[in-house]
Each structure stands twice: as structure tokens, then as C-alpha cells.
Design a protein around this ligand. Structure first.
Ligand code: CFM
Length: 538
């Protein structure tokens, strides 16, 4: 209730309280448009769950590209903590042999004090030479960490010289950690650079009869992308590229040959979706492949996008077959999950996507929050023109691509239909748009931006959800409160969670967590009469 939220905020100094209040909404559909503050600086001293711009660029968008070597120019810790923990899986395929899959490796210049004092650019140049000689990658990326920007190493000049020496593309990303208020800035930097220098440079051709699609913003965490590949290929689509989960540099160069872009994670990749729409005319469709109901709805929408009855039939056939296979087991798990509540706090899209899957299991999401999403991820893209830009958002340049003289085609041509048919379809299918998370939430549920430890603990104490979904930083605190917690970034070594097979694995994991008797044996600090409040915080 409002009073409980007020109580949670009452522990803050006035100025902090005023700030945090804007990041918190109690859903009330009677209010016309509930506005949230997002993508602004975390108050110094507050322990936020956010990451940095480097994490968003190297860790999220660029790092999963498997046939490139990604060099982290910086202290070894920056590289170490972006090494494998996200579980973005990759494997060799028909265009990328095993010796060109570098995902399991970790490359860093391991900057030392002397590099900070005398500059690290020579070390970086030498490292590129060694990497090319030993590993023969198709391309190289350099990602800058905070000290690189502070001392002024010119990674762009190093990259340019190395390109000339080796004849392969060397991309430099000025994604110093401090470049933005969160990893979201890093997504934007990565999107810009890939759009300007990689996408559209390939010469692959498509078969004009094929239905060629990309999935943007799918990173193959725990193998999610492979499950989607299985389903979409089975229906009959030509899956050009999943960006960037298990993606190759080669495929990204040819991203532009698709007829339709599917956008899974809007936050991290909406820039590329939008720019490709402008430059090539390729329409994009926001999808959600998390949960059986959401997956079915997305598959049906995609099928509608191409004017082909056979595709629609085939979609229904695959859906029917998959449903028959997973429903009986899901029903069993649903009996355990029914009526339970969840608190979900993840980066910038999962807190929305997983609500569909939890609803499939009969669960309600009582609190949902994002670490670093923007207002459009909460309220919908229609608010974008009203978002105030500030010094932090101006830090990242906006690219303004124009229609490509050779490759631009109108959306209806991409989708192989008449202009009239496309206009008619657009009235039913929301191309190039996203509704955000808030419209799908129920009255009385809490929406929370950039939460911190205090707020997470207080909300759990007040609401006592049956399950908490977040990351490793608060997982164990929540365990100690007697509430099972699952990591929604890495899936705790499980997965895939996407598509039909994923729903089943997720349901099993959730049901296991709910029936584990251990949680009832933990005495939450507020239930322990012998401990004072200050003890429990210690
Ligand atoms: Fe997109 Fe992601 Fe997410 Fe994200 Fe991330 Fe992630 Fe995430 Mo962790 S790209 S915004 S920056 S869906 S790494 S795969 S789980 S915070 S909600």
C-alpha cells in the first residue's frame, strides 16, 4: 500500500526520499498515465544493482560475437568479471569452425600502474599483433575501461593502425565505465558502432522466396537462442542472425538481408532496430518468447507478417505439437505454483518478459523493477519524444542514418505484399513499437526503478513474496530472509528458459524452489524475537 511504501522511504534523508519516490509506482489504472523516473544517476552512496557502460558494451552486446577476439583494454579485473559469468553460449556452426569460436577465452591488456603513468597504447598495439598471429580472428574489438579514458589512450588510432597492418577490421569502443549512468549507455555505444561499421558491409544474398528474419536482442543465455532457432526453423523461417547470442561477425555484416527484425530485448538493441528501419526499410516487431502463451502469441504475429497461408498453417501445426508435448508436465508444475507471488528485479527487459511465464504458472508478480531501463521500457515508446535529455544522455551520440540508396526497400516489399495489404496489417499488428511493462501489470502491484538493498529488503519484509528473481548481488541476502531466490541473469546454471522447452525447465526450477523445505527452516531476521533490528542489519 501507499503507507507501506511511505514507511520504506521514511528512512531516507528528505532529498533522497524525494528522488527515490519518483522511481516508484503503485499501479493504479484509474490514473491516466503513470510516469516513472528512469535512466538517471543513482544517488552516490546508495548500493545500486547497476553495472557500467563497459559492462553493457563488452559484456552484453559485443562480447557474445563468437568469431571476433574482444580485447579489454584495462585492469585485469574488468576483463575477469566479464568472462563467462553471463552464460551467453556459443558453438561452431557451418560458417564458423571450432578454431574461430573465441567465446570461452578472455583477452585483456592487464594494465599496470606503469601503463597508467606512461600510457597503454603500445601495449595494446602489441597485443593486437599477437592475437592476430596466434588466433586469426575474423575481426578484433577493443573495449575501453575507465582508466583508458582518464589517461587518454587513443584506442581509435591504435585500432586504425592495426587495421592497416593486418587487413582485418579492428573496432574500437569508447565504452569507458563512467560514460553513462548504467550499462544502458554501453548498449547504445555498441549499437552505434556496429551499425556504422559492420551491419550492411556483407555481400550475402538471400533467396527471394525465403522468409528471412533476424532476432535482435537475444543473447543465448543458457541456450535460449537455440530453442528459438529450433522453433522458427521448424516453422519454415530462414533465421539469418540472432544478435548477438551465438552470432558471428560474418552474420552481423549481413544483418541487412532480413525481411523482418524480431526484437526480444528492446532496451539493449532498439537503436539498431530503429536505424535499420530507417536505413533499409526493414520493419521490426517486438516479440516475447518467454512463456508458452507469449511464445504462441509472438509466433502467430510473425506468421501474420508474411502474406502466406501455408506459413500460418505450419505455425499452428508446430504450436499444436509443442503444446501437446509440454502441457501435461506444465500442468503438474502449475499445481505447485498456483497462487504464489513473485518479486522480480532484473536489468531492462526480463522483468516484463517473465511476467508472462509466471502468469502461465498461475503466479502473480507483486513487485517488478528494472535496473537501468528507460521510460519507454516501462511506459511504452510513445513517451520517447517527451523524455528530457540530460548531460548524461547527451554523452552518447545519436546517429541519424538516411535511407540506403541501393538497399532501401519499403516495408511491404520486404514482407512480400502490396502496400494496401501492409497498411491493413499495420492496423492489427504494431510494427516498430513497444508498449512497455506497466500496461500489463495489475492494480496494486509495485513498479520500481534502480532498486537498492534497503528497498529490496524492506519490500520483501513487507510483502513476503514466495519467490524472488534477481541477481547474485542480492540472492544470498534474500535466502537469509527465508525466501528462495533465483538468478534471472544467468539462470543459476540452468536454462534454456525461452520457448516451449524453456518454459518446462523454468517451471521445474520454480516448483523445486517452492517445495524445498529448507526455506521454512530459516528464521527471517524480523521473525527472530531475540534479535533487535540493528542486529539483523549487521
Ligand atoms: Fe536485455 Fe539481456 Fe536484459 Fe540486458 Fe543485462 Fe542480461 Fe538482464 Mo543481466 S541484454 S536488458 S544488460 S535481456 S545481462 S541478457 S539478464 S541485466 S534483463
Amino acid at each position: 500500500t501507499e503507507e507501506q511504501l511511505e514507511e520504506m522511504l521514511s528512512r531516507y534523508p528528505d532529498k533522497v526520499k524525494k528522488n527515490r519516490k519518483k522511481h516508484l509506482i503503485l499501479k493504479n489504472s484509474a490514473e491516466a498515465c503513470q510516469q516513472i523516473e528512469a535512466n538517471t544517476r543513482t544517488i552516490p552512496g546508495i548500493i545500486s544493482q547497476r553495472g557500467c557502460a563497459y559492462a553493457g558494451c563488452k559484456g552484453v552486446v559485443v562480447g557474445p560475437i563468437k568469431d571476433m577476439v574482444h580485447i579489454v583494454h584495462g585492469p585485469v579485473g574488468c576483463s575477469y568479471y566479464a568472462w563467462g559469468t553471463r552464460r551467453n553460449k556459443a558453438r561452431a556452426d557451418d560458417t564458423t569452425p571450432p578454431e574461430k569460436v573465441f567465446t570461452p577465452l578472455c583477452f585483456t591488456t592487464d594494465m599496470q600502474e606503469s601503463d597508467i603513468v606512461f600510457g597503454g597504447d603500445k601495449k595494446l598495439a602489441k597485443m593486437i599483433d599477437q592475437v592476430v598471429e596466434i588466433f586469426h580472428p575474423r575481426a578484433v574489438s577493443i573495449c575501453a575501461t575507465c582508466p583508458v579514458g582518464l589517461i587518454g589512450d587513443d584506442i581509435n588510432a591504435v585500432a586504425k593502425a592495426a587495421e592497416e597492418r593486418h587487413g582485418i577490421q579492428v573496432l574500437s569502443f569508447n565504452c569507458e565505465g563512467y560514460k553513462g549512468v548504467s550499462q544502458s549507455a554501453g548498449h547504445h555505444i555498441a549499437n552505434n558502432n556496429l551499425m556504422e561499421h559492420v551491419i550492411g558491409k556483407g555481400t550475402a544474398e538471400k533467396n527471394p522466396d525465403d522468409y528471412v528474419i533476424n532476432i535482435l536482442g537475444e543473447y543465448n543465455i543458457g541456450g535460449d537462442g537455440w530453442e528459438l532457432e529450433r522453433i522458427l526453423k521448424d516453422i519454415g523461417y530462414t533465421l539469418n542472425c540472432i544478435m548477438t547470442g551465438d552470432a558471428s561477425y560474418e552474420k552481423i555484416r549481413n544483418l541487412h538481408i532480413a525481411d523482418l527484425n524480431l526484437v526480444q530485448c528492446h532496451r539493449s538493441i532498439n537503436y539498431i532496430a530503429e536505424m535499420m528501419e530507417t536505413k533499409y526499410g526493414i520493419p521490426w516487431l517486438k516479440v516475447n518468447f518467454i512463456g508458452v502463451t507469449a511464445t504462441m502469441a509472438s509466433l502467430r504475429e510473425i506468421a501474420q507478417c508474411f502474406n502466406d497461408e501455408k506459413l500460418i498453417e505450419r505455425t499452428e501445426m508446430v504450436i499444436a505439437r509443442e503444446l501437446a508435448r509440454v502441457t501435461p508436465a506444465l500442468e503438474q508444475y502449475r499445481k505447485i505454483c498456483q497462487g504464489k507471488t513473485a518479486f522480480i528485479f532484473v536489468g531492462g527487459s526480463r522483468s516484463h518478459h517473465y511476467q508472462a511465464l509466471l502468469r502461465d504458472l498461475g503466479m502473480d508478480v507483486v513487485v517488478a523493477g528494472y535496473e537501468f531501463a528507460h521510460r519507454d521500457d516501462y511506459e511504452g515508446r510513445q513517451v520517447i519524444p517527451t523524455i528530457k535529455s540530460d548531460a548524461d544522455s547527451k554523452n552518447i551520440p545519436e546517429l541519424h542514418p538516411t535511407p540506403d540508396e541501393e538497399l532501401y526497400q519499403e516495408a511491404h516489399v520486404h514482407l512480400k505484399m502490396s502496400k494496401e495489404k501492409y497498411d491493413e496489417l499495420s492496423s492489427r499488428i504494431a510494427f516498430n513499437s513497444y508498449q512497455g511493462m506497466i500496461p500489463e501489470m495489475k492494480d496494486g502491484e509495485v513498479i520500481l526503478d534502480d532498486a537498492n538493498h534497503h528497498e529490496v529488503e524492506e519490500l520483501i519484509r513487507m510483502i513476503k513474496p514466495d519467490l524472488f528473481f534477481s541477481g547474485v548481488r542480492d540472492k544470498y541476502i534474500v535466502h537469509k530472509m527465508g525466501v528462495p531466490a533465483k538468478q534471472m541473469h544467468s539462470y543459476d546454471y540452468s536454462g534454456p528458459y525461452a520457448g516451449f522447452n524453456g518454459s518446462l525447465i523454468f517451471a521445474e526450477d520454480v516448483a523445486n524452489a517452492l517445495v524445498t523445505p529448507a526455506w521454512k527452516l530459516v528464521t527471517a531476521p524480523w521473525e527472530d524475537q531475540n534479535r533487535s533490528r540493528s542486529d539483523s542489519n549487521a
